[in-house]
Design a protein around this ligand. Sequence first.
Ligand code: SF4
Length: 340
Amino acid sequence: MTHRDAGELTPPPATALPPVDSEALATVQHRIIDWYAEHARPLPWRSADATPWSILVCEVMSQQTPISRVLPRWEAWMETWPGPADLAAAPASQVLLAWDSLGYPRRALRLQETAAAIVERHGGEVPDDEEALLALPGVGAYTAAAVTSFAHGGRTAVLDVNVRRVLGRVFAGVQHRSPSLTAAERRWAAALVPDDEHVAWNAGAMELGALVCTATSPACDACPLTDTCAWVAAGRPVDPTVVRRGQAWAGTDRQLRGAIMRALRAGNPSPPVPVRLLTAPTAQLTADESRLLEDLDDPVQRAVLAVRDLDAGGDRTARLAEDLVRDGLAVREADRLRLP
Ligand code: SF4
């Protein structure tokens, strides 16, 4: 149910966590819950028949990936592996193929580990206890809280970057929260969770942060909290120490890792991709290798050429290919590379 703003900001602003007046809190709680009832997007993992497993999968997928990209992958994933036991038994190569281009593919393998642990420790049922969720491999504090609240209706504080931003602006009057979530902020936010309708509070604050109170362009005119928002009351002060963290992508190792993974996915299940086709400068390709490159199936050839375009020297590609092998995302067979 979460959404991450790719354009979050850094460095940390002031981190004051003021006491919150109970009357003001009640007003904000009601308004967020009412706003959510009217404006929540009809996403499938919010439907009444969404299973705890489907919600857990959504929460893992939507960390660091926009909902628009998650939705088709989540639907295909749930059709293929509707329960933890199905995913636990799947070949890793199929899991990575289905993860497609969601990014950070280690999450896919971690999710499979989570599924295996759910089968082994909990008979294939996603536990409803936050501590038991936290004890699962690949499940952090955010995911455990989100599943506790959204899948099981448990009372807890679900704190992603959107919720933290909304609470920080409304109650603390700060434009942006520190990137690190402290235990003190966790306790502060937990005290704001209502006794009733806490699921709608968590989901509503998150949705408001995703759709209205965004990191860079908060639509205060359309916000139900305008007249109670401390940041607005203070004149929307811009923290001068906050600078935009560029979403540098071009030229990064992440971009190149993604391109290598795309080449391996495109090559699956055909013969593994020769490493030198990814790494050797064109002038150093042998005649046989050049022919091999020309004869590759179209999608594989396009993906391999995309890798070559990103790293003409090949050194980085070779290093990152080894990293992928170390991370369990690729397997090296002699001079070739394939999905595990
Ligand atoms: S009034 Fe503006 S800053 Fe305050 S919560 Fe709403 S959108 Fe965010």
